[in-house]
Every structure is written in structure tokens, then in C-alpha cells.
Design a protein around this ligand. Structure first.
Ligand code: AMP
Length: 187
């Protein structure tokens, strides 16, 4: 089963992806983590993306799509994907469709974790203290939220028109959200 977790920064996609990874024996595919690893490992990609990442802007589609391609062509991960933070643009959604159909896969469910802006900001402020992420300062948080709302609206519109789209109240407790998703997945 392949799943997309969709929602603004701080909606809890990563937390839910980790819970579902265990339940489904799937793989969390976090483009944010993959990009942060590129920076940490000082790769060529890392040097290209560091400014955008620190400013809370999106990384270019071409770079993110290339990273995702490797994952989708990995036979071990076939039909065991939990996308966390991808796709974020229509170009990325198109690329995902293409790669999935090339590998005879599909998206089974899209879960939209819907959370209000003020709740998100409080959550990210907390995460900043726990995880010390360089893009979690107050100004960048607001920027990331605005960029997200502007750029991903067409992606949200695209997926919400499909029958496998499920909106979940992302302000609920972590376990409540996991059990809502699990009920839909029947796991
Ligand atoms: P995240 O960990 O998902 O909150 O992502 C952190 C940052 O990584 C974002 O603010 C973007 O700069 C970058 N990023 C992650 N995923 C994507 C994506 N699918 N497209 C473009 N940029 C991304």
C-alpha cells in the first residue's frame, strides 16, 4: 500500500509516518529528511539547496524529483511507500504519477492533516527546542507556512477531487490521529 501524508509544516506528517511505518511495515519517504542529509553530508546537492532550505523556500522540483526517483525504482520499497512532504507542487505530483505508473504502482490513500496556523506555529516553536532545526526560527516558520499555502493549494485541489482523499483533523492527539488513519486503512 502506498500513502501520501499531506499537510503544512508542523501538521504531524513525520510523526504519523513513523507510526504507520511500524504498523504497515512500510517506508517513510521524507524529502525534508533526504534534503537535510544532503546538507549534512556536504554533497553537491547540499550546497545547491542550503540557502533555500534555511530561508524556508522550496527546493527546485528537479532536485527533489531526482531524489524521489531513486526511491520509487527501489524494488524493496515497491508498494510500501509513505510519502511525507512530497509532492508539494503540481510538477512533483505529475512526476510522481509518471514514476508510479512506470513501476506499476498507485497511491492508495492521501491523508490531509488539517491544522490551523496558530496551532502549527506553537508546535514548530516546540520542535525548534527539541530538534534544533535551522529552518525552525519564528520568521522562517511563517515564511514556510505562507510558501506552503500558496504553492501547495493546487496540489491540494488536485488530490481532494479524488475518491481516495481523506481529510483528518490534525489538531487531535497523536494516537487519535493514528487510530483514525488505521481505521480507514483497516490495519
Ligand atoms: P519538511 O521537513 O518536510 O518540513 O521540509 C523542510 C524543507 O525542505 C522545506 O521547507 C523545503 O525547503 C524543503 N523541502 C522538503 N520537501 C520538499 C519538496 N517536496 N519540494 C520542495 N522543497 C522541499
Amino acid at each position: 500500500m502506498n500513502i501520501i501524508l499531506f499537510g503544512p509544516p508542523g501538521a504531524g506528517k513525520g510523526t504519523q509516518a513513523k507510526n504507520l511505518e511500524k504498523k504497515l511495515n512500510n517506508f517513510q519517504i521524507s524529502t525534508g529528511d533526504m534534503l537535510r542529509d544532503e546538507i549534512k553530508n556536504n554533497t553537491e546537492i547540499g550546497t545547491k539547496i542550503i540557502n533555500n532550505m534555511n530561508d524556508g523556500k522550496f527546493v527546485e522540483d528537479e532536485i527533489v524529483n531526482k531524489l524521489i526517483e531513486k526511491v520509487i525504482y527501489d524494488p524493496q520499497k515497491k508498494d510500501r511507500l509513505i510519502f511525507d512532504g512530497y509532492p508539494r507542487t503540481l510538477e512533483q505530483a505529475k512526476n510522481l504519477n509518471f514514476l508510479l505508473s512506470n513501476t506499476k504502482q498507485k497511491i492508495d490513500f492521501v491523508f490531509f492533516l488539517n491544522v490551523k496556523k496558530d496551532t502549527l506555529i506553537k508546535r514548530i516553536e516546540k520542535r525548534k527546542i527539541l530538534e534544533k532545526r535551522s529552518d525552525d526560527d519564528s520568521e522562517t516558520i511563517l515564511k514556510r507556512y505562507d510558501v506552503y499555502m500558496e504553492t501547495t493549494k493546487p496540489v491540494l485541489d488536485y488530490y481532494s477531487a479524488k475518491s481516495n482523499f481523506k481529510e483528518i483533523d490534525g489538531s487531535l492527539k497523536i494516537d487519535e490521529i493514528t487510530s483514525k488513519i488505521s481505521n480507514i486503512l483497516r490495519v
